[in-house]
Design a protein around this ligand. Structure first.
Ligand SMILES: *Cc1c(COP(=O)(O)O)cnc(C)c1O
Length: 371
């Protein structure tokens, strides 16, 4: 699905130099590399504060912890997503409230969010699924109307740009009060282990989240709140700082691959290509088809035989996960998410796909579909 080895070889010198510097200075934690990367990411995203943390899941957890919510407070999130979003809500004793998504973009339905708001709702966590922003303008308006905090899960969408109706542009993760991202190796900006970051323009929230990520400590060994230990280590920061200047090229490569897939599949009635919105660019963390009247498992097996990996993101919506069984929800409650879980298929998507590989993947896919 990804080719991190070839990507590394293109920038080996820069990466090796950064890692060697960390080893030479032996500042493995909170070193200058972490601060350098933080500042570079602040300039790239336009976020006033970037708080580097251990991974994307921690970023979401720390963001939620900073809101001072209490047991039973409700947090709305889409049911068609990676588990981390709801997991941290549940871990903190808050109540995840899930909503359905849209068929074309696979992102959270804003109308569904509106219907799910209750007097106990405190926050909304939109997920910019597969690399395209959820519809943030109406969502921000809705949140403002009901005094709710928006925490964006931008783990798959770093670098995606959202345009508001007044022409203003903002990057994924910098639109809500807080944004979270992940640097897991296969993410669009990936390190060589685990890493994550939180974005905010709010000075007070930034201070609080920095403290929470560091054992709730503001003054050394004085703990003002219950925190966690979550940090980006310097070696990962060195890798990320070497890759960040290439992020725009990486996004362009992914978009070129997506355009190739689009062109090959557009007219095939069995393959629905991912829908784009006018408001957001799509940075294609995944290229996800919706199969129509296709035996997905058979297609996957045939692709596998041809040496083409294809993955199902995600096979089970949150409300149907064993660990998240909830008497409020049953099968059938979120028909779009349930249908997507049965028909989505993600094709290889990374920065190193060349035309020959793309031709092979698309030809094989169509050949198997037409059999
Ligand atoms: C990857 C991902 C996360 C979690 O990030 P980790 O760094 O693996 O903890 C959370 N949400 C979404 C949507 C993701 O894709």
């Amino acid at each position: 699905m990804v080719d991190l080895q070839s990507q590394y070889l293109h920038i080996k010198k820069e990466i090796d130099k950064g890692i060697q510097e960390v080893i030479d200075t032996a500042s493995f934690v909170k070193g200058g590399k972490v601060t350098d990367f933080q500042h570079h990411l602040e300039s790239y995203t336009g976020a006033k504060h970037v708080i580097p943390v251990g991974n994307g899941t921690d970023a979401l957890q720390i963001a939620l912890m900073s809101l001072g919510l209490k047991a039973g407070d409700e947090v709305i999130t889409p049911t068609f997503t990676f588990i981390a979003t709801a997991e941290v809500v549940a871990l903190l004793g808050l109540t995840p409230v899930v909503v359905d998504v849209e068929w074309g973009t696979m992102n959270m339905s804003i109308e569904a969010v509106r219907r799910a708001i209750t007097p106990r709702t405190k926050a909304i966590v939109p997920v910019h699924l597969f690399g395209q922003c959820a519809d943030m303008e109406p969502l921000m308006a809705l949140a403002k109307e009901h005094h709710l905090t928006i925490i964006e899960d931008a783990c798959q969408a770093i670098g995606a740009e959202y345009t508001f109706s007044n022409g203003e542009k903002k990057q994924a993760g910098t639109i809500g009060q807080i944004g979270c991202t992940s640097f897991f190796p296969s993410k669009n900006l990936g390190c060589y282990g685990d890493g994550g970051a939180i974005f905010t323009n709010d000075d007070e929230l930034a201070g609080k989240m920095r403290a929470i990520a560091n054992h709730g400590m503001v003054v050394r060994y004085h703990h003002d709140m219950i925190g966690v230990n979550s940090r980006l280590d310097s070696i990962q920061a060195a890798v990320l700082d070497a890759k960040l200047p290439h992020l725009d090229e990486y996004i362009a490569s992914r978009q070129r691959a997506a355009a190739y897939y689009d062109k090959a599949f557009r007219d095939n009635e069995h393959l629905l290509i991912p829908e784009r919105t006018a408001q957001s660019t799509h940075v294609f963390h995944q290229y996800t088809l919706r199969l129509q009247n296709v035996d997905r498992e058979a297609l996957r097996a045939k692709l596998q035989e041809a040496g083409i990996p294809a993955m199902i993101y995600y096979p089970v919506p949150l409300h149907m996960q064993k660990a998240y069984q909830d008497p409020r929800y049953k099968k059938g409650d979120f028909p779009v998410a349930e249908q997507l879980a049965e028909c989505v298929l993600s094709l290889p998507m990374h920065t190193e796909l060349d035309e020959e590989q793309l031709r092979y993947i698309t030809e094989k896919t169509i050949e198997f579909i037409n059999q």
